[in-house]
Write a protein that binds this ligand. Structure first.
Ligand SMILES: Cc1cc2nc3c(=O)[nH]c(=O)nc-3n(C[C@H](O)[C@H](O)[C@H](O)COP(=O)(O)OP(=O)(O)OC[C@H]3O[C@@H](n4cnc5c(N)ncnc54)[C@H](O)[C@@H]3O)c2cc1C
Length: 527
C-alpha cells in the first residue's frame, strides 16, 4: 500500500546528490535559500570516476574553504602530462605543471567518492539544506510559480511524497529523469568506446615516470595517472574483440596490471568498472521553472578530465542566477543565459575530449603509425614545447563580447587586503566587482549606475601595487599584466569569476555597465 505525505516546500528542489547537485545545494544554502536534495541511493556511489580537476574547480572549491594546495585530500604533481606511442616516444606534451592565470594549478588529483563525502558533510551543516537519501524522483509537474516533484522511497516503493520548489534542478546524472520529464532532446555524437577503469591502492610508495601519461599503444591503449593521495588509476581500453563483462573480473584486471608491477601482494584493487565513454548534450537545459545541470545536461569521454568540472561550473552558474531571482533582484528570464552560456562552453569540452579520444582509441597498427608520425612531426616543429590550455569563452549571455577578455575566467593574483595576504577571492571576496586596475579613485560610476550596481551587491575596488593608494595591494604582476594585455583600466567581474567586460576608461565602463544591466533585466525590475 502506498502512503502519502503532505507536500513540503523549498526555494529549490534538486534531484541528485552527485557532486553537481551537492555543490549547488551548498552554494544556495550558504546564501540562505531553502533547498531540498533528493538522492535515489542511501549511500555514496562508490565506483571509479573523476580523479582530476582543473584550476577553475580548485578556485570554486576554495570558496567552500577547501584549499587544494594544502588539503591532504588533493595532490598536484607539478609535472608535464605525456602522450607516448608503443615505443615510448613522445607524441604530445601538455603543461600540467604551471599555475593557471586564475591563480591555481592547472591540474589536481583527488578521489570522487571522498570529495562527495566532504560535500555531503558540508551540506548537512547548513540549516536550510535538507538531504533526502533513499528517495527516487518519479513525477514532475510545473506551473508559472514553481514545480512539484513526486518521490518514492527507493527501497520499498511503498511511500510517496511531494516536494514543491520555486525551481527544480535535475542534477540526476547521465540517465536524467528530470531531462526526460521535461522532454529535452539529447544530441548524441554517436561516439562510444568501452574502457576498464581500475582504482588501485599500492601498499608502498609506488611511482611511475612520468606520473601522468597516456600510452597510445594500438595493442592496448592505456591511461596511467594518479588517483588522488595514496591511489593510482589505470584505464585500459576494451578491445573490439573483448567481452566488457569478462575483462572487468578481478583476475582479468590483475593480468592487465602485471606489466605495471602490481599484484594482489603489493596493491589493493579498490574499484573496477567498465564504462562506455560517450559524447552528447541536451539541446535545451531550461524549461520554465525546471532545469538540468551536470551529466544530465552533457556527457563527455573522460580523456580531458572535464566532465565533473563542467558540471561544477553549471552549479556555480545556476547558483548566482537562482539566488538573484529568488531575492527578486533579477528576473526569471535570466535563466536563458544559463543555457546559452553553458551549452556552448560544455560543447567545447565535449569536442576536445572526443578529439583526444580519437588520438588514443586507435587499435589499427597502420593507423597508429600514421598518427605517431604526424604527432611526432608536430611536436618537433614546436621544439617539444608543452601545449597549454586556452581560456574557453562562454556562449552568448551576460558579457560584452566586443571587449577583450570578456566571457573568459578572470585572472587572479595574490593580494594584501585588510591585513590578509591571499588570493583575491579569499582576501577580498566573491560577487560582482568593478575592478579599477591601478586607478585609486573610487568614484568611477555615476550615482545612478552605482545604485544599480549595489542592487546586485556589486563593489567597486581598486587594485594596484604598494604605494599606489589602491584599496587592494597587489603582490604580483597578474593585474598589471592583464591591464597591459587588454588595454583595460577597468574590468567588470561576475559572481562566477567570469569577466563581464573590460574597459579602457570610465566612458567605456559606463557603456558596458548599461548593456550588462539591460542583459540582466535589472532596469526592468521595480526598485
Ligand atoms: C571513468 C570515469 C572517469 C571520469 N573522470 C573524470 C575526471 O577525471 N574529471 C572530471 O571532471 N570528470 C570525470 N568524470 C565525469 C564525472 O564523474 C561526472 O561528470 C560527474 O560525476 C557528474 O556529476 P553529476 O552530479 O552531474 O552526476 P552524478 O555524479 O551521476 O550524480 C547524479 C546523482 O543523481 C542520482 N539520481 C539519478 N536519478 C535519480 C532520481 N530519479 N531520483 C533521485 N536521484 C537520482 C544518482 O543516484 C546520482 O547520485 C569521469 C567519469 C567516468 C565514468
Amino acid at each position: 500500500m502506498t502512503t502519502s505525505h503532505p507536500a513540503s516546500s523549498s526555494d529549490v528542489v534538486i534531484v541528485g546528490a552527485g557532486p553537481v547537485g551537492l555543490l549547488l545545494a551548498i552554494l544556495l544554502g550558504k546564501g540562505g535559500k531553502s533547498v531540498t536534495i533528493v538522492e535515489k541511493w542511501p549511500d555514496i556511489y562508490d565506483r571509479p570516476r573523476a580523479v582530476t580537476m582543473d584550476a577553475e574547480v580548485a578556485r570554486i572549491l576554495a570558496t567552500l574553504g577547501i584549499d587544494c594546495d594544502t588539503d591532504p585530500a588533493f595532490e598536484n604533481h607539478k609535472e608535464l602530462y605525456y602522450w607516448k606511442n608503443a615505443d615510448l616516444e613522445d607524441l604530445q606534451i601538455v603543461d600540467w605543471e604551471s599555475l593557471a592565470p586564475c591563480g591555481w594549478h592547472v591540474t589536481y588529483w583527488f578521489n570522487q567518492p571522498e570529495l562527495e563525502a566532504r560535500l555531503i558533510t558540508m551540506a548537512k551543516t547548513i540549516p536550510s539544506v535538507t538531504l533526502l537519501r533513499g528517495w527516487t524522483a518519479i513525477g514532475l509537474t510545473q506551473d508559472d510559480d514553481g514545480a512539484t516533484l513526486t518521490i518514492e522511497d527507493t527501497a520499498t516503493q511503498s511511500l510517496v511524497r511531494s516536494l514543491r520548489g520555486q525551481f527544480v534542478v535535475g542534477a540526476d546524472g547521465a540517465n536524467s529523469f528530470v531531462r526526460d520529464q521535461l522532454d529535452l532532446k539529447v544530441i548524441d555524437k554517436g561516439y562510444f568506446f568501452d574502457w576498464l577503469i581500475l582504482d588501485m591502492v599500492p601498499h608502498g610508495d609506488y611511482r611511475t615516470s612520468p606520473a601522468q601519461w597516456q600510452l597510445c599503444d594500438p595493442k592496448r591503449p592505456t591511461t596511467i595517472v594518479p588517483g588522488g593521495p595514496g591511489r593510482r588509476r589505470w584505464e585500459f581500453m576494451v578491445l573490439p574483440s573483448e567481452d566488457p563483462v569478462a575483462i572487468a573480473q578481478p583476475e582479468s584486471a590483475w593480468r592487465l596490471l602485471e606489466p605495471w608491477g602490481l599484484s594482489p601482494e603489493n596493491a589493493t584493487l579498490e574499484r573496477s568498472a567498465v564504462y562506455r565513454f560517450q559524447a552528447r548534450w541536451a539541446e535545451h537545459w531550461v524549461s520554465g521553472r525546471c532545469m538540468i545541470a551536470g551529466d544530465a545536461a552533457h556527457l563527455m569521454p573522460p580523456f580531458a578530465g572535464e566532465g565533473m568540472c563542467a558540471g561544477l561550473r553549471d552549479a556555480v552558474a545556476l547558483a548566482w542566477r537562482l539566488s538573484a531571482i529568488l531575492d527578486h533582484t533579477l528576473p526569471v528570464d535570466l535563466l536563458k543565459s544559463y543555457e546559452s552560456e553553458r551549452i556552448s562552453h560544455a560543447r567545447h569540452y565535449i569536442q576536445f575530449s572526443q578529439d583526444l579520444g580519437e588520438i588514443i582509441c586507435i587499435v589499427d597498427p597502420e593507423e597508429a603509425a600514421k598518427r605517431d608520425a604526424r604527432m611526432m612531426a608536430e611536436l618537433a616543429d614546436r621544439d617539444h614545447k608543452p601545449i597549454t590550455g586556452d581560456l574557453v569563452k562562454l556562449g552568448p549571455g551576460i558579457w560584452c563580447a566586443e571587449t577583450p577578455s570578456a566571457g573568459e575566467l578572470s585572472p587572479q593574483g595574490l593580494v594584501l587586503h585588510n591585513g590578509r595576504t591571499d588570493r583575491f577571492d579569499q582576501a577580498v571576496g566573491q560577487g560582482w566587482f568593478v575592478l579599477a586596475l591601478n586607478h585609486p579613485d573610487g568614484t568611477v560610476l555615476s550615482p545612478a549606475q552605482a545604485a544599480m550596481f549595489s542592487r546586485l551587491g556589486g563593489r567597486v575596488v581598486s587594485v594596484g601595487p604598494e604605494g599606489s593608494g589602491c584599496d587592494v595591494t597587489t603582490l604580483d604582476t597578474t593585474y598589471a599584466d592583464w591591464a597591459t594585455e587588454t588595454g583595460a583600466s577597468y574590468a567588470i567581474l561576475r559572481p562566477d569569476f567570469y569577466v563581464a567586460a573590460t574597459a579602457p576608461d570610465t566612458t567605456a565602463l559606463a557603456g558596458c555597465l548599461s548593456r550588462l544591466f539591460e542583459a540582466l533585466g535589472l532596469a526592468a525590475l521595480p526598485d
